[in-house]
Ligand binder design. Structure first.
Ligand code: PNS
Length: 177
């Protein structure tokens, strides 16, 4: 039987840290589904379609033939059941990730005991990396080239630089907004 794993996340946008987790999941499972989860409470910078497309472009030509990309709104365990997945793969950066991820793993196990959560420790060079950090650097025109796949770097910069709020070096006294 095929061992299918899901790598879920917001991927807003995908980073080299996510890519590292996906590549390592590929070495463990027969098939890997990278799942862009739609969260109605969040306001992503990129649409679901854009995020799926950015992931597809990032994995293309990398020999990741067992990887599929999909999007979904709902409970992860329901998607896992429907896809026949036996595992959810999450990357763990620091202790600060652990409490939330551990809670999610326990809840998901409670909801569907046939699906295991597998934690992969993030490679040390990506310990500090997150989509939020990438977006903040990009919004101020900083260099994000080593944080995101090269295929999507300029797209992220173009989108986020134009969205960056104007900022003053010094605001007139009493007129700060
Ligand atoms: O990249 P993120 O934002 O940390 O990913 C979080 C994600 C999408 C994995 C998580 O929010 C999730 O699993 N959402 C689906 C809803 C769900 O199944 N929640 C668990 C039970 S409360």
């Amino acid at each position: 039987m095929k061992r299918i794993a899901i790598v879920p996340g917001s991927f807003d946008p995908i980073t080299v840290g996510h890519m590292d987790i996906i590549k390592r999941a590929v070495t463990i499972f027969d098939q890997v589904i990278v799942l862009v989860v739609i969260n109605a409470d969040k306001h992503p910078s990129f649409t679901t379609e854009e995020r799926v497309d950015m992931i597809r472009r990032s994995i293309a030509g990398q020999g990741l033939d067992t990887v599929q990309v999909d999007s979904y709104q709902g409970l992860l365990v329901d998607y896992a059941k429907q896809a026949g997945a036996c595992a959810i793969v999450k990357g763990l950066r620091a202790v600060s990730d652990f409490e939330y991820e551990f809670q999610m793993a326990l809840i998901n196990k409670e909801l569907n005991m046939d699906v295991e959560t597998v934690f992969l420790s993030t490679s040390s060079e990506n310990l500090y990396l997150s989509s939020s950090v990438v977006k903040q650097i990009a919004s101020f025109g900083g260099d994000i080239a080593r944080f995101v796949p090269s295929e999507i770097c300029s797209e992220i910069l173009e989108r986020l630089q134009s969205a960056a709020p104007l900022h003053r070096v010094a605001a007139p006294l009493g007129k700060d907004e």
